[in-house]
Design a protein around this ligand. Structure first.
Ligand SMILES: [Zn+2]
Length: 287
């Protein structure tokens, strides 16, 4: 049922972040996993339908003023993908500047670029969806409670919030202060990577073979922090000190592997300062 006080407040919100603040204010008891359909109904979605379209697509149809909307999800979506699709379409419905009905592909639901108006709108809907399914205060408290970072936290987060591992990884790297990255691998091929803001640019690309050290790991291995060969993961140039990386590898019987790369931010900062000090202290020749 629509919540008129919430609707009034949402009407004044322009960005995904202000919308999320208003939703959290009206749902103070939100807990994981977030009931995305109940929130969508409160915010003006009157029906959820199964779409006849082929493939993992979702859509949103609304009246011209976007006071009422219908969300469609393709049959066969997993519960986690369906939840994300609903949250994404709710984003399209609530973000005021976005007009008209929507039809989104699975690529749109993974969009994080903003270089065209269409991509920017998809990215905004994704930012809204991640923030709705994994609200920042709940999420950071949950992750802090898990203890020191380890690759197995990701399946725990995905299970608690009822989202895919990819969605959990995107939210994790967005909110963490740590220098870390997750790399998803299937049958020895890199599928995608999610680095945190402070992590160096990755050199490994989707479609490439995973490094040998990962390929040789198997599901029976004990999960532990191992030294990683930095040249496997980030560009290394002459005269620039590469970061010291460690990694954990989580392997499943079906050929899926998840790698967590980690650099100690404080140690990296100290090493950079040391390098700078040495550079300024080195003798000047040719005077
Ligand atoms: Zn979309």
């Amino acid at each position: 049922m629509q919540n008129s006080a919430l609707l009034k407040e949402l009407a004044d919100c322009g960005s995904p972040e202000t919308l999320l603040v208003a939703i959290m204010k009206h749902h103070p008891d939100l807990c994981a996993p977030v009931d995305v359909e109940a929130i969508a109904r409160n915010a003006g979605i009157i029906e959820f339908r199964v779409s006849e379209a082929e493939g993992p697509t979702s859509a949103m149809m609304a009246d011209i003023d976007k006071t009422k909307g219908v969300i469609l999800c393709a049959a066969g979506l997993s519960a986690q993908r369906r939840r994300f699709a609903i949250a994404h379409q709710l984003g399209h419905f609530l973000i005021k500047a976005q007009r008209g009905d929507r039809h989104c592909t699975s690529r749109d639901l993974g969009e994080n670029r903003r270089d065209t108006p269409r991509r920017k709108e998809e990215m905004q809907a994704n930012r809204f969806a991640a923030g709705l399914l994994m609200p920042k205060p709940l999420f950071t408290t949950f992750v802090d409670g898990l203890g020191k970072p380890t690759v197995t936290h990701l399946p725990a987060i995905a299970a608690a919030y009822n989202v895919t591992l990819e969605t959990a990884a995107s939210r994790y790297v967005d909110l963490t202060q740590a220098m870390c990255a997750f790399v998803f691998i299937k049958d020895g091929i890199v599928r995608h990577a999610r680095p945190s803001r402070s992590f160096p640019m990755l050199s490994i690309r989707a479609g490439e073979a995973a490094p040998v050290a990962v390929l040789s790991a198997n599901p029976n291995d004990r999960i532990a922090w191992l030294p990683a060969d930095v040249r496997d993961w980030v560009p290394v140039s002459r005269g620039v000190r590469p970061p010291k990386l460690t990694m954990q590898i989580f392997s499943k019987e079906n050929g899926f592997q998840l790698v967590m790369l980690f650099a100690n931010a404080a140690a990296e900062r100290r090493a950079d300062e040391e390098d700078e000090k040495l550079a300024t202290q080195s003798p000047k020749f040719g005077r």
